[in-house]
Ligand binder design. Structure first.
Ligand code: F6R
Length: 369
């Protein structure tokens, strides 16, 4: 049932074009409007929402962090992402005008379930984004937007993550459409870009031999750092989490802009650093800023592995390794840039002889607080 792959995780990484494709399927009408029939929350309530709070744990929380960038940009609704287990212990401000989005692959994560219950007690409406039909969190929420990644067997989440990000994009675009804000005219373009993602993810998979090789060659690494900026920041944290979970080595994700505020002190000769480089076509010269971060850490001895957009040769001359992914819109890039990091962690851990499907000390669903 591993479909010829050495592990469920490898299979699920390769299932990702389908996971994203299935999650997009049937959610637009012939005119290209989003139809989220399952979102059974009164449209007038969705129109009057003045804040979105995304609640999740672990990898699902990184999907929520990506969602914040997209939803705020498209909908202009203030959006927070909070770890479920922190949320209800700090007297959070939630009320009838708050839309809570609870993201959970399993639908059984106790921390997230308790946060959902708390939010509803405060009068908030809750939409669950979930991969498991009929599980507890969707049952206890006001509405559910299912991700259609199919069952995820490996303990470390991969295809569910990409499907969750996709579902949050759909939710954000739907709210933008419903609220008729300025961004409305661009929705069709984003949907067109999204429809190309399964093929682009497939391209990343088809070109993954170098990153596999790299993962295997780094089996002796004691620590790997990950840097990203904007939506690349949660991707960096997800890359680090995968490596901790699977390979049991120290890994940490940082916002690239934070380097000089502390983490650069960690850089010494030979320190591997994976950098998620923003598109050079993006606004705000973030690309140039991260390129200069790469130069700063290289000058201090870091060995850099850069995830860059196809055609971006800006770091070719001074980075040890460059992994290219297809071009896409800035906000959609996590669907591509995450994939090499998953493969890297999977290969590195497998090269160490570890069971990538059943990492030590971890359970697939965490049903205790
Ligand atoms: C990481 C991982 C965990 C889960 C987290 C939330 O690979 O699998 O961090 O993402 O335990 O689980 P769900 O999404 O089921 O609520």
């Amino acid at each position: 049932e591993k479909g010829g792959y050495p592990s469920f995780m490898a299979k699920e990484i390769n299932d990702q074009p389908d996971a994203v494709g299935q999650t997009l399927l049937g959610r637009t009408d012939a005119k290209g409007n989003l139809v989220l029939d399952e979102l059974r929350i009164d449209e007038s309530i969705l129109r009057s929402v003045d804040k979105i709070v995304v609640l999740a744990c672990g990898t699902s929380a990184y999907a929520g962090q990506v969602a914040k960038y997209a939803i705020e940009h498209w909908c202009r609704i203030p959006t927070e992402i909070e770890l479920s287990h922190e949320f209800r212990y700090r007297d959070p401000i939630v009320n009838e005008k708050t839309l809570v989005v609870a993201i959970s692959q399993s639908g059984e994560t106790m921390d997230t379930l308790m946060a959902v219950r708390y939010a509803r007690e405060q009068g908030a409406k809750v939409v669950a984004i979930c991969n498991t039909n009929g599980s507890t969190i969707p049952r206890e929420s006001d509405a559910v937007l299912y991700t259609h990644a199919g069952p995820e067997i490996a303990v470390a989440s991969t295809k569910a993550f990409l499907a969750q990000i996709t579902a949050t994009y759909l939710l954000g675009l739907y709210l933008a459409q419903l609220r008729g804000n300025k961004f409305r005219d661009e929705i069709a373009d984003v949907l067109a870009d999204l429809s190309e993602m399964p093929a682009k993810i497939q391209e990343v998979l088809d070109n993954s031999d170098p990153v596999k090789e790299l993962g295997r060659s780094m089996a002796d690494a004691k620590s790997v750092l990950f840097l990203g900026r904007h939506v690349g920041f949660p991707v960096a944290m997800e890359g680090a989490l995968k490596l901790k979970e699977l390979a049991y080595i120290h890994a940490e994700g940082f916002a690239a802009g934070e380097l000089k505020h502390g983490p650069i002190a960690l850089i010494e000769e030979g320190q591997p650093v994976v950098v998620v480089l923003p598109s050079p076509r993006g606004r705000d010269s973030l690309h140039a800023k991260v390129v200069s971060n790469i130069q700063e850490i290289r000058a201090r001895g870091a060995v850099t592995i850069v995830i860059a957009e196809e055609g971006d040769e800006s770091v070719a001359a001074f980075s040890e390794h460059v992994i290219h992914v297809p071009q896409t819109a800035t906000l959609l890039a996590p669907l591509l840039t995450t994939v090499p990091l998953q493969i890297f962690a999977c290969e590195l851990a497998a090269a160490k002889g570890y069971d990538v499907d059943q990492p030590r000390n971890l359970a697939k669903s965490v049903t205790v607080e």
